[in-house]
Design a protein around this ligand. Structure first.
Ligand code: ATP
Ligand code: MG
Length: 650
């Protein structure tokens, strides 16, 4: 049954309780990772609904990712508030804009673009610039930054000079591409995310009647991950609020990871000035992770420069959970070896009872995903890449969207499902699934699309093809692939706010994390916060790894990330890497069969090498334990130090 109001409060600690009970007026929860911020606001909403103070349809909870929105809706449903809207800024804006489009804007509906790359490429070409893919990506990010910070093309040069930014091209050239991009966009009736937010905010400002309708619909606002709100999102939030102050924000300045894209923690840290009468809550108990993981997180926090998290906002997390396995640090010769080993460890975890959906592999750049997709595929482990957008990025789905979009122009409103099936047939939606893995996968995604058409028709009888296409566009921009559960492969950015039993942080080398183009100290600090976000996703198992070469036999030129300094046993001290170099050779235990580096804690639990996997003999284990006891007693080194065969025999 639905929990009662009292039951909703029972699962909270005193500080969370204070936040939950402050149902009206401004509330700010500023706290570290895993301290239950999201849980506190979810219970706060459910409590407010259960006590009747707030009608559930009038709550808008804004989350950072679609996955987080989905999880919050799930939690709210379980807590008896199924009708609360939990959405990203984008999804919420898109709904409002589509709803009022005809009335407020008029004309043909624009095509929503979730990536700027193609349009930026055309814009750069039209200005006569030769740019490669990575420059294009940087340009797209820069244009995004300009739009998010409300910098128009004409002001761009000045703003950049004032802010001391280092744009990917001379500012004058960026401004030209930016202007050409905006022209192309309006010429082809394309709408990007920033313009979507801007248009929605403008609509509310310019049309008091629409503002009134939106404001009577939404009265209570909750914003998760408020440290990464950007000026444009803040503008929209203020438009929603009008002169009211029923707003609850939660965030962690140490997890600010989007300043590169124009976000700023200043709205969070400055909440007190904006709302002096706000209820302020701090949380320090870490409910998510084991003490072993929390120790790593605290070490990373201590190493962080002031940057986005001024001293008064810094905290030490206090672990609440029982002990778990020690985090592991593993070095590999090359990337495929790293991926294969990680896939092997994941298989072993699944065999030991950890569900696949409770495991994640997190990396800095999406390009790193491929090696893991391959390795997990080879190991027969189900996985899903990033969750979001992926489904709509598949070539067959893109082709299908194109076809449906074209057909929707001549939509005569006839029972829609049959039309969709008919249109998908030539693309490969046969009656029976075809043979062969690739053909079958393609068929399955088309079938999923047809199923979606049925769902839409069931929910909205009378929906035509144009409605279905509009729905698809909205989903492509904001939602997940239809349900599938496996190991998550995600970028660190996409992992924010989420948690898994086991987390593999891979590719931890200089150049990857911090990423090679993080040049200024501020950029490096943002990379460090990204590492902190990664570490704090793990409930129990935290495996960190890196490889020295890109491919087998390649030159081993890579270095482990500086963020591992002071964490991994053989690393130099964090203070400038000047500590006395330890002889690594003495500290590595290799599997006698495959030669892989063994990490004591994890191996001991499983009783075998995770790489080959050969049994780990009892005699070796015993000697290892003995050494560990002696060394930790003598030198107070962390318990996860490992030793070579040679040392053991000494
Ligand atoms: P992040 O900064 O990563 O977003 P968060 O502060 O939002 O983290 P939550 O996701 O709300 O943290 O909580 C982390 C985990 O701890 C969740 O699994 C949650 O259910 C659990 N948790 C939170 N508060 C409590 C509590 N009072 N008692 C028991 N478990 C809790
Ligand atoms: Mg959270």
């Amino acid at each position: 049954g639905t929990p009662s109001a009292e039951e909703l409060l029972r699962g909270l600690d005193p500080e969370q309780l204070e936040a939950a009970r402050s149902v009206r007026g401004p509330v700010c929860i500023l706290a570290g990772a895993g301290t239950g911020k999201t849980r506190a606001i979810t219970h706060r909403i459910a409590y407010a609904v259960a006590t009747g103070v707030v009608p559930e349809q009038q709550v808008l909870a804004v989350t950072f990712t679609t996955r987080a929105a989905g999880e919050m809706r799930g939690r709210l449903r379980a807590l008896g508030a199924p009708r609360v809207q939990a959405r990203t800024f984008h999804a919420a804006a898109l709904r409002q804009l589509s709803y009022f489009w005809a009335d407020a804007v008029g004309g043909p509906r624009p095509t929503l673009i979730d990536s700027k790359i193609r349009t930026v490429a055309s814009a750069a070409r039209s200005c006569g610039f030769q740019v490669d893919r990575s420059e294009l990506r940087d340009l797209a990010t820069e244009i995004e930054w300009a739009k998010v910070t409300q910098t128009r093309p004409v002001d761009y040069e000045n703003t950049v000079a004032k802010e001391g930014r280092t744009p990917p091209m001379p500012p004058r050239d960026v401004a030209r591409v930016y202007e050409a991009y905006e022209e192309l966009r309006s010429e082809h009736n394309l709408l990007d995310f920033e313009s979507m937010l801007e248009l929605t905010a403008a609509m509310i400002h310019e049309r008091p009647d629409i503002a009134e309708r939106i404001r009577s619909q939404y009265r209570y606002f909750v914003v998760d991950e408020f440290q990464d709100v950007n000026p444009l999102q803040k503008l929209l939030l203020d438009a929603w609020l009008g002169d009211r102050d029923d707003i609850c924000v939660v965030g962690d300045p140490s997890q600010t990871i989007y300043t590169f894209a124009g976000a700023t923690p200043a709205y969070l840290t400055g909440f007190r000035e904006a709302y002096p009468h706000a209820t302020f809550v701090r949380l320090v108990r870490d409910y998510r992770s084991t003490p072993q993981v929390v120790r790593v997180a605290n070490t990373v926090l201590r190493a962080a420069g002031s940057g986005a998290a001024p001293r008064e906002h810094r905290i030490e997390l206090v672990a609440q959970r029982p002990d778990g396995p020690e985090p592991s640090y593993t070095e590999y010769d090359d990337e495929p070896a790293e991926a294969t080993s990680v896939a092997g460890k994941i298989s072993a975890l699944i065999d030991s009872g950890v569900p696949a959906r409770e495991i994640a592999v997190l990396f800095r750049t999406n390009a790193q995903s491929a090696a893991y997709e391959q390795a997990l595929g080879d190991a027969g482990v189900p996985y899903t890449v990033r969750g979001a957008a992926q489904f709509f990025d598949r070539p067959e789905i893109r082709a299908a969207l194109h076809t449906l979009h074209g057909a929707a122009r001549g939509d005569d409103g006839a029972p829609m499902v049959a039309t969709v099936r008919h249109l998908l047939q030539p693309l490969g939606l046969t009656e029976q699934p075809p043979e062969g893995r690739q053909a079958r996968e393609k068929w399955e995604s088309l079938a999923a699309l047809a199923q979606l058409a049925e769902d839409v028709a069931a929910q909205r009888p009378g929906a035509g093809l144009a409605d279905f296409v509009a729905e698809l566009q909205a989903r492509a921009a904001t939602e997940h692939a239809p349900g599938f559960e496996g190991v998550t492969l995600a970028s660190l950015h996409a992992a924010k706010g989420l948690e898994w039993d086991a987390v593999f942080l891979v590719g931890l080398t200089e150049g990857m994390l911090p990423i090679v183009y993080a040049e200024t100290p501020e950029q490096v600090e943002e990379e460090r916060r990204l590492f902190y976000v990664g570490v704090t996703r793990a409930r129990e198992h935290l495996h960190m790894s890196w490889s020295l070469a890109r491919s087998p036999g390649g030159r081993r030129t890579r270095k482990p990330s500086r963020f591992l300094d002071g964490l991994r046993p053989e690393s130099p001290s964090p203070a400038g890497r000047r500590g006395e170099p330890r002889r690594r050779k003495d500290r590595v235990l290799r599997c006698r069969v495959c030669g892989a580096t063994l990490l004591e804690a994890a191996e001991r639990k499983l009783g075998r090498c995770l790489d080959c996997p050969s049994p780990y003999d009892e005699e070796l284990l015993e000697r290892l334990r003995q050494w560990r006891r002696e060394v930790s007693a003598a030198q107070k080194v962390p318990a996860y130090v490992v030793f070579t065969d040679a040392t053991l025999q000494a």
